[in-house]
Design a protein around this ligand. Structure first.
Ligand code: MG
Length: 251
């Protein structure tokens, strides 16, 4: 299967060094959701307004830009698995730009699709949460395998590479490349196989009850819910607010 998975031999640390750290039992692999867990989408509305103004001299209100970007994001979420390779991703993105154009005010209809797509892509920027790099580095120090499992198109590899996170990961599994999306247990089983770890020795960290918690459980993997900011406690689900809690030294 053509996917974005890569394998690498993770360094092992001594048991005495590992015993200094918190998780018991220490999972051999940590599976990680991407959006909301590792990375955030920077606010796209001000970026879209700025791109439309800069590239086309078009002024749209915040409300108009928000409506258009929400329509685009909704379309993308429903169709992201179409982006299974570069050519299919390019076609998906053209359709996304068309959705954006249709949702923008009337005078945007004249915009050239390819140029509008460039403006759209420039409006969609991701950043890594500040706790991510230290937590991934600490996990690697401990010899834990790290595999991203994400409902995303094949461009996720480039996003994680641009953010400098890709070298810290053992594999990156996208739903688009794999052919099934979370909460399907199959995509988790694929990630476990890449990690070389049985379900009972892995955890999966994610911010979605439906995709991450339910999916991991269906695959026999302990789910960890990450609530960045406020969120209601969920009975029976181990919840953290930062990835630092996975690798913090024992007090
Ligand atoms: Mg997520």
């Amino acid at each position: 299967m053509d996917d974005l998975s890569r394998s690498r031999t993770a360094p092992r640390v001594s048991d005495s060094a590992a015993a200094m750290f918190a998780i018991t039992p220490r999972p051999a692999a940590i599976l990680l959701d991407a959006l909301g867990t590792l990375v955030a989408l920077e606010p796209p509305v001000p970026r879209l307004r700025a791109e439309l103004a800069r590239r086309f001299g078009l002024e749209v209100t915040e409300e108009q830009a928000a409506r258009a970007i929400m329509a685009e994001i909704a379309y993308y979420r429903a169709h992201l698995d179409d982006g299974r390779d570069e050519a299919a991703l390019a076609a998906l993105r053209r359709r996304c730009a068309e959705v954006l154009r249709s949702a923008l005010p009337g005078d945007c209809v004249r915009l050239e699709p390819e140029r509008l797509l460039e403006a759209l892509l420039a409006s969609l920027r991701f950043s890594a949460f500040p706790d991510v790099r230290p937590a991934l580095e600490a996990a690697r120090e401990r010899g834990q395998r790290l595999v991203v499992v994400s409902n995303w198109d094949v461009s996720l590899l480039g996003v994680l590479r641009d953010l400098g996170l890709e070298p810290l990961l053992d594999a990156i599994v996208t739903s688009a490349a794999f052919g099934e999306r979370k909460p399907s247990p199959a995509i988790f089983a694929h990630a476990l196989a890449l990690a070389g770890v049985p379900a009972g020795e892995a955890i999966h960290v994610g911010d979605s009850l439906d995709e991450d918690v339910a999916g991991a459980r269906a695959a026999g993997i302990e789910p960890i819910l990450i609530h960045r900011g406020d969120g209601p406690a969920v009975p029976g689900v181990r919840t953290i607010s930062s990835l630092a809690e996975l690798t913090a030294p024992k007090v």
